[in-house]
Write a protein that binds this ligand. Structure first.
Ligand code: ADP
Ligand code: MG
Length: 674
């Protein structure tokens, strides 16, 4: 039996049970061994009856006085009663409806009873405790997450069975040298201890090792994917052209923008490879920073690639960049999935011979036949959507190009360290002048008409607005569906205004034409799903209504809200929800209280945890079983050792590093997006 052995070949499993086990992610013996207990039941700390606490569970070691006597209380309910003693005090024991448990107790025998002690000081009692034979004492019993048809006891027996039938040797993916330096215990011992710890100290040791392993494999995987980055680069930037670029802008850059550009150019001038994360709240002007850096790189003779997560955003960046660069006669192109084949061919040719200096696009940019003449800089506008793989892939298209990653919404510091730990960070902690915070209200749907009147007032005074709905088509649930919704309001309440509709299932060309009608002001009110979340910039839009606001996470709401409040006008965001839950209430409250993206990101992380923070399935982050990505101390240790191992063996081809490579690759394989 080895790690890869299918679980169905274990005795007592078979086809039917194996299907149930599959449901909780157990496919192989290895999966079973790594299905760690969610908790432990401590039979080892035995209390006397007299000293048993009245709150919480405890374990009592006692002798059964007489065989339990059953009494039928009513149909379907039989209770069994007996008395037990620990030699000092007596305790009443009641077992509900469990004939098997009751009859297994024999008079004069000693057992362990685990449960809650109630009653009074005169006579204590315990109801339906867990029962074990006393000679099985001194044990910490694992408690597993269960599923229909598979209970914790069964999993416990199954794991035992693996060990009793000779076990299954798991290959240790932490190289011995690392283990020795950190005094980590060996993997097989650790796993066995996770299931059947002899005591809590050993359990802690085992847990620590497994947590370290997860983070270590995670960090190694990230670094592997980003490729053996060289510290030096042939992308030789000799001169800084920033001032020239800034002078051409219609606005004065903020000091935060100046600082960020200087960080980037300074590093490139020093001839080390730039790997930088640009963090900034929505509307802080990240695009202008990117453009400034692009300008210097292009003027130094290199090409740039700018990757956006959606077509809408890519074409918006394209238009913005044309405004920036046309006057300098810098040739740029847009390459997305919906560009015609002929046009694609033409663009690819001009990229290969170096005529196009800047290409903007979606992940179509990573396709194999896109070849650059001399790629000097890769910028990805993350929006949390690219799997780490995509980011890496574009970097491989040149000879160690500089990279700049822009995050759409602020990422809490601890999480940034986990995911972008090998990047330098620049923060835009200042908004362009004149921005006013978006006033935000949360209301019930009974007040929708009032909200609509408010929207109408703004449209009448020449402004534009958004209404965000969660879904596209009509659905059984009563969630507002964008399509139907748009029809209704354009015929009804907003019949005097041109209403547009934008959703993810539309053809790219249709999306573009709706978007450009909105940008030009022809469409006054845009009904949309979350596709507008990604960075769309229309300063004349000053009002946003979000339907079913409870459906969105905090960061997403903040990102949506960031579409307004971008110009000189005061903006308002109205969150409509009828959901009552406490968590929803908290989210709404935070939204109405603050516009600070970093604060919101922290709250979001607290409420949802790191996996969900990046949005379900989109983040490309692997799931951790034990570790928290916010466990900074172990994480930086994992970081340091991943670096150390990779600096010695950049592709992990040495035999002692192979298991690590395999673990890292399989961790990310199951999590690649698209
Ligand atoms: P984000 O950081 O969310 O990507 P954008 O780059 O889209 O923000 O910028 C938001 C808006 O602010 C754009 O309309 C942009 O032209 C404008 N902007 C950027 N920098 C400045 C500045 N220094 N002064 C005034 N407006 C600016
Ligand atoms: Mg942006």
């Amino acid at each position: 039996m080895d790690e890869k052995t299918d679980i169905k070949y274990l005795k007592t499993v078979g086809e039917k049970r194996s299907k149930l086990l599959n449901k909780i992610g157990i496919f192989t013996v290895g999966d079973l061994l790594r299905y760690y207990p969610r908790d432990y039941l401590d039979w080892s700390k035995v209390s006397s009856i007299a000293a048993a606490p009245f709150d919480g569970n405890c374990c009592i070691r006692a002798v059964v006085d007489h065989k339990p006597v059953g009494a039928k209380i009513r149909k379907g309910l039989t209770i069994y009663k007996t008395v037990v003693t620990d030699g000092e005090s007596l305790m009443n024991l009641t077992i509900y409806n469990n004939k098997y448990a009751a009859e297994s107790l024999c008079a004069g025998c000693e057992y362990l009873f685990y449960g809650k002690v109630t009653g009074n000081f005169h006579r204590r009692e315990m109801n339906s405790p867990l029962i074990a034979k006393a000679d099985e004492a001194d044990k910490i019993q694992p408690i597993y997450r269960q599923t229909a048809g598979i209970n914790s006891r069964y999993i416990e027996r199954l794991v035992k069975q693996v060990y009793e039938s000779g076990g299954c040797t798991v290959t240790d993916c932490i190289p011995l040298s690392v283990r020795e330096k950190l005094c980590l215990i060996e993997v097989n011992k650790a796993i066995r201890t996770m299931h059947f710890p002899e005591n809590y100290d050993m359990l802690a040791e085992a847990r620590h090792r497994m947590i370290f392993e997860e983070l270590f494999v995670f960090r190694t995987g990230l670094m592997l994917m980003r490729g053996g980055r060289k510290k030096t680069t042939p992308v030789n930037i000799k001169k800084d052209y920033t001032e020239e670029f800034f002078e051409s802008l219609p606005f004065e850059p903020t000091s935060a923008q100046r600082r960020a550009v200087k960080d980037c150019i300074g590093q490139m001038l020093s001839q080390t490879t730039m790997n930088r994360l640009l963090q900034g709240d929505v509307g802080s002007g990240k695009t202008a920073v990117a453009a400034a850096v692009i300008y210097t790189v292009v003027k130094n003779g290199f090409q740039c690639a700018f990757m956006a997560p959606t077509e809408i955003l890519a074409s918006q960046h394209y238009n913005t960049c044309r405004n920036f660069f046309d006057k300098f006669n810098i040739r740029i192109a847009l390459l997305t999935g919906s560009v015609t084949a002929a046009k694609k061919r033409e663009i690819k040719k001009s990229l290969a011979d170096g005529e196009i200096r800047l290409v903007i696009g979606t992940h179509a940019l990573i396709s194999d036949d896109v070849i650059f003449k001399n790629l000097g800089l890769v910028i990805t506008d993350e929006q949390h959507r690219f799997g780490v793989r995509h980011r890496g892939a574009l970097g491989h298209k040149g000879d160690s190009p500089h990279t700049l990653v822009m995050s759409a919404t602020p990422i809490p510091r601890t999480l940034a360290l986990a995911v972008y730990g090998d990047l330098d960070v620049s923060v835009l902690d200042e908004l362009p002048p004149g921005r006013q915070p978006v006033e935000t209200y949360a209301i019930g749907s009974d007040k929708r008409t009032r909200a609509f009147n408010y929207v109408k007032k703004h449209l009448e005074s020449g402004r534009q607005g958004y209404i965000v709905c969660p879904l596209v088509e009509e659905n059984e649930s009563d969630l507002a569906s964008a399509q139907e919704y748009a029809e209704n309001i354009s015929k009804g309440f907003f019949s005097g205004f041109k209403v547009g509709l934008l959703h993810g299932k539309m053809k790219a060309a249709d999306k573009d034409s709706v978007m450009s009608d909105f940008v030009s002001g022809k469409i006054r009110l845009l009904v949309s799903t979350t596709v507008i979340e990604v960075g769309v910039d229309v300063p004349n839009a000053v009002i946003m209504v979000i339907e079913n606001a409870e459906r969105f996470g905090l960061s997403q709401l903040h990102q949506l809200r960031g579409r307004i409040g971008r110009g000189q006008y005061k903006s308002t965001c109205i969150l409509i929800t009828d959901a009552k839950g406490e968590a929803v209430g908290r989210r709404m409250k935070i939204m109405t209280q603050t516009n600070d993206g970093f604060k919101i990101a922290d709250e979001d992380l607290k409420m949802r945890g790191p996996g969900d923070f990046f949005g379900a399935r989109q983040h490309g982050l692997p799931e951790m079983k034990l570790a928290q990505l916010t466990d900074t101390q172990t994480l930086s240790e994992a970081n340091r050792f991943a670096e150390e191992v990779l600096s010695d063996d950049s592709e992990l081809n040495k035999p002692e590093n192979r298991p690590l490579k395999e673990a890292a690759e399989s961790l990310f394989k199951s999590n690649v997006m698209n």
